[in-house]
Design a binder for this molecule. Sequence first.
Ligand code: UDP
Ligand code: MG
Length: 309
Amino acid sequence: MKLLSVIVPCYNEEETVADFYAEFVKNRSFFEKKDLEYEIIYVDDGSKDGTVGEIRKLHDADERVHMVSFSRNFGKEAAMYAGFEHAKGDYVVTMDVDLQDPPSLLPEMFSYIEEGYDSVATRRVSRKGEPPIRSFFARMFYRLMKKISRTEIVDGARDYRLMTRQMVDAILSVKEYNRFTKGIYGWVGFTTKWIEFENVERKKGETKWSFWKLFAYSLEGIMAFSTAPLAFASVLGILFCVLAFLMILVIIVKTLVFGDPTSGWPSMICILCLISGVQLFCMGIIGQYLSKAYMEVKERPIYICKEEI
Ligand code: UDP
Ligand code: MG
């Protein structure tokens, strides 16, 4: 008998925890047919509501429900990592608790694993029900990533993914602190089958990601999987050097030919502001990378577990 581990990160999700379980076990006959045992690992990401209590209730009724509970909110990336660490399954799947990753897709996903794929990933083809600005920036982010990173990061990709043990072990071997799992999936490689589905809106509760949280997360992704901004800083530096050189030539010629009354003070100030602005901006880029390196060097644990059941 093979074991399927289901990793479900939860942050303040008391309303949805039980619904997820109910929806998931609808696949029961499929699991029986395939001779699959399952374990559900709810990772409580430091919820402040009754999430832990709800999970405990499910555990009392079904011993296949496990929980890893964090000492505080460490973020979804940390929650997924904890899930991977605790999963014992031959196959592992990560899913959102809000039913935006429909469990009914599992049989189809499983059939591709049987065909020999190492992982089956999902992407939503529409962003129906999402604020337009958010969709716009999301599209821009993926377009930019395609240009500046060698790791494949797919537009609309969800964290809903079924993987073999081998791939999970590979992901666990990537121990970086600043985690951007969507990139790590691409980075570890292996064959991936993509399946598409229409966006499903959250059933209950509300999204935990504000626009700015997503924005910060996208910067995280850029810095974790590309050093292009650093190269951009050097290119900008070179451009300004060339410009300055040309301007020097122009001024010398002008002085020799026309003579030079002292003027140009306002333009001088403008140029000074522009160039010092660019310099600070580039230093900021370097600073961002430095701060990431600083966090990595500290080797802090990715999460702190408070309780396990
Ligand atoms: N989540 C988490 N920690 C966080 C934020 C979110 O574990 O700090 C979980 C959340 O409980 C849910 C999943 O990540 O299971 C996706 O979150 P959400 O539905 O709020 O994001 P969206 O679907 O709107 O992108
Ligand atoms: Mg959601």
